[in-house]
Design a protein. Structure first.
Length: 109
């Protein structure tokens, strides 16, 4: 009989929006994307996400996403900007995934 044990993924994700209110669908999107990082590296302790608007005078120019992921002995940081928050989140998560790959390669050596 084969019994598979699956680790419960428990990364704590904190989302902060600066000078605006992020809607629930955006928060769910961010949680979903960051949770996928645990499939690459299961030692992520927590993540802090800061959403902000880059303005030129009174006009919103870009959406900015900064994600800090804490892992044992290190903090990974990704900052991306785009016309849409979802696109900036995708870019930041891809950047974190590449950083995680580097950490894993370094730890194996």
């Amino acid at each position: 009989m084969l019994i598979l044990k699956r680790k419960i993924m428990s990364m704590k994700i904190q989302i902060q929006s600066v000078h605006f209110h992020a809607d629930q669908s955006l928060k769910e999107f961010i949680n979903k994307k960051l949770s996928k990082l645990e499939t690459f590296y299961d030692k992520i302790i927590d993540s802090d996400v800061v959403l902000s608007l880059e303005q030129l005078n009174t006009q919103v120019k870009d959406k900015v996403v900064v994600i800090k992921a804490n892992i044992p002995g290190n903090t990974l940081i990704a900052k991306e900007k785009s016309k849409k928050f979802e696109e900036a989140v995708d870019l930041a998560v891809d950047s974190l995934r590449r950083q995680i790959d580097k950490v894993k390669t370094k730890n194996k050596a």
